[in-house]
Design a protein around this ligand. Structure first.
Ligand code: ATP
Length: 299
């Protein structure tokens, strides 16, 4: 495994405000990582430190085992940040060509245009005449211009319609297939759940959870098997099973809270209890998110 990002006890203070608090994490080549967290959790500040645009007040941030400000690092990374500011008097095509010219081995122009979904007529437009969604596509193209190994996307799909959003994530998946390392922030938890292999959940400048979406949901949310209430079902027997943590009835449904939904289903079928209307609740990322950020609020 090749370590692409290494953050060791990085703290970033703005006057007396601690935006990032002794944060440590390591990201390996080829990982697709979502950084989640409520507003002000320190996500953007951390990305800016990884990009070498902010210096940590304390601790260390390394990219490809180098200082992020090194030219060798900059040539291997691409970023799409929240604000895209470009040279308004140039056309989209001119800006893309200009950016490509900064790199020794830029991405092929046609490939770049195909990947980002920029249309022919958009290429001739001046940057200041673009809509919000078109600006995002241009930002995406500029992030990819140098054919970077490591990509940062800060809330990339804000302002995109559903089609553009789907296209964006399909492209991200294609970039992953090419072995790129991808780090993104989003407030749309479903995007993280669908695309990321790993989630870093930030709260108050710290990482409060780090794992696959599946593991985070499993750890923090209640899973259950439920079915329509039926007098033949031995609730006390189910409650006494080691794999069951709680059983209760709500809206004429029996809810069996468990971490092993498959085993509970197997039990129900084996006993031939004739239960009907079975539903399995696997826990949602937004529940896990709420749990973590709520619990920490009390500390
Ligand atoms: N340049 C700055 N000067 C002063 N305070 C700052 C600066 N940048 C960020 N902060 C503060 O640091 C904290 C973390 O901000 P940051 O932008 O990293 O959060 P975030 O998790 O990206 O939030 P959001 O989801 O709203 O983008 C916030 O309290 C913010 O007000």
């Amino acid at each position: 495994m090749e370590e692409v990002v290494s953050i060791e006890k990085a703290t970033k203070k703005f006057k007396d405000k601690t935006a990032v608090d002794e944060l440590s994490c390591s990201i390996q080549r080829g990982e697709v990582v979502a950084i989640l967290g409520p507003n002000g959790a320190g996500k953007s500040t951390t990305i800016l430190m990884m990009l070498g645009l902010l210096e940590p007040t304390e601790g260390k941030v390394e990219i490809f085992r180098m200082d992020p400000k090194e030219k060798a690092v900059r040539e291997k990374i691409g970023a799409m940040l929240q604000e895209v500011s470009v040279i308004d008097t140039l056309t989209v095509k001119e800006i893309i060509q200009l950016f490509r010219s900064y790199y020794a081995t830029p991405m092929d122009f046609e490939e770049l245009v195909a990947l980002t979904g920029l249309k022919k007529e958009e290429m001739k437009k001046r940057a200041d005449k673009l809509s919000g969604g078109q600006k995002r596509r241009l930002g995406f193209a500029l992030a990819l211009a140098g054919d970077p190994d490591l990509l940062f996307f800060d809330e990339p799909t804000v302002g995109m319609d559903i089609t553009a959003r789907k296209r964006f994530w399909d492209t991200v998946k294609a970039l992953k297939e090419k072995g790129k390392t991808i780090i993104f922030t989003t407030h749309y938890l479903q995007e993280a759940d669908d695309v990321a292999e790993r989630i870093l959940l930030f709260h108050k400048g710290k990482v409060v959870a780090d794992g696959t979406p599946h593991a985070i949901k499993n750890r923090l949310t209640k899973q259950s098997v439920s079915f329509i209430e039926n007098s033949e079902v031995p609730l006390d027997e189910i409650r006494s099973l080691a794999i069951v943590s709680d059983v209760y009835v709500k809206n004429n449904r029996v809810i069996v809270v468990t971490e092993q939904t498959d085993d509970v289903l197997a039990y129900l079928f084996e006993k031939r209890l004739g239960v009907k209307g079975i539903e399995i609740e696997k826990g949602r990322l937004d529940e896990a998110f709420e749990q973590l950020t709520k619990n920490k609020e009390a500390i």
